[in-house]
Write a protein that binds this ligand. Structure first.
Ligand code: UDP
Length: 253
């Protein structure tokens, strides 16, 4: 295969130049990181699962008319996406207290919030993605007030969709993170959901047992991350339960 130009390599994904202008190929790695990359591991099959799960969620968003970067899945680990200008914010939506919010407010984890809460962190690994108020975002020009209004609308729609889909398979969507990108059409811009939606960027708890099916399994050493993600994929009917554990090909003489 022709050598492709690497555009960007992050902690869990690589972006390559796409086949046509305005497109990119997004490759899902097996690397897992937590605590701002202080904890790292390679988890066999994670990239395959996240590629499939992100395809599933983004396709669902498209069917509801919620704009996103996904075009189509190319193979086990790659998908074709629209090239966007990423807004340097992590948009976090919370339905139930957990993680950094519970810690910051001295709350127990697992408390249903009075309504979905949206917060923004600046995407900056060196600073540990600090929480930023809207005042900072508009004052420093990371996004305009109009962008923020649009981002909140997008985030709420994604939350409604994701919560419903997960509820249907007995899973509570506790919180999640999305990234938003700009697509330019002449002088006009559209904001779309970008990056990925997968158990790497969500908290997913079994409604019956409270078992965790997300990256907290890795962060908190709660068992096999692949088993947790496979369970999500299995419940959603996204892929057979053993698809990431297929035997490696052997050479026949
Ligand atoms: N999250 C993420 N990437 C980040 C930070 C958070 O995907 O860099 C997700 C995380 O998986 C969780 C939600 O955003 O579903 C809220 O995370 P939180 O602020 O509680 O931070 P954490 O406890 O993960 O440090």
């Amino acid at each position: 295969m022709a050598r492709r130009k690497k555009i960007y390599e992050g902690k869990a994904k690589i972006l390559y130049e796409g086949p046509e202008p305005g497109t990119l190929v997004q490759y899902f790695k097996d690397d897992a990181t937590a605590f701002n990359a202080e904890k790292r591991a390679v988890i066999e099959g994670k990239g395959v699962l996240n590629n499939r799960l992100s395809e599933f969620f983004m396709t669902g968003l498209t069917q509801l008319g919620i704009p996103n970067h996904f075009i189509r899945r190319l193979n086990m680990r790659e998908q074709l996406i629209r090239q966007v200008e990423i807004i340097p914010l992590e948009v976090i939506v919370r339905n139930v207290s957990a993680g950094s919010m519970a810690k910051r407010l001295g709350m127990e984890e697992g408390v249903q919030l009075p309504r979905p809460i949206i917060e923004f962190s600046l995407k900056d690994d060196k600073l540990g993605d600090p929480l930023v108020p809207e005042e900072y975002i508009t004052a420093f020009g990371w996004a305009s007030q109009q962008d923020l209004d649009d981002i909140v609308q997008l985030a709420i729609r994604v939350n409604d969709f994701m919560s419903g889909v997960m509820y249907g398979v007995g899973i509570k969507l506790v919180d999640f993170k999305i990234e938003v990108g700009r697509i330019w059409d002449g002088d006009y811009q559209r904001l779309v959901v970008a990056d990925e939606i997968s158990p790497d960027s969500c908290r997913l708890w079994d409604i019956e047992t409270g078992a965790k099916f997300d990256k907290d399994v890795f962060r908190r050493d709660l068992g096999s991350l692949t088993d947790a993600y496979t369970e999500v994929a299995r419940r959603l009917g996204v892929m057979p339960s053993n698809a990431t554990h297929m035997p490696k090909p052997t050479l026949i003489n």
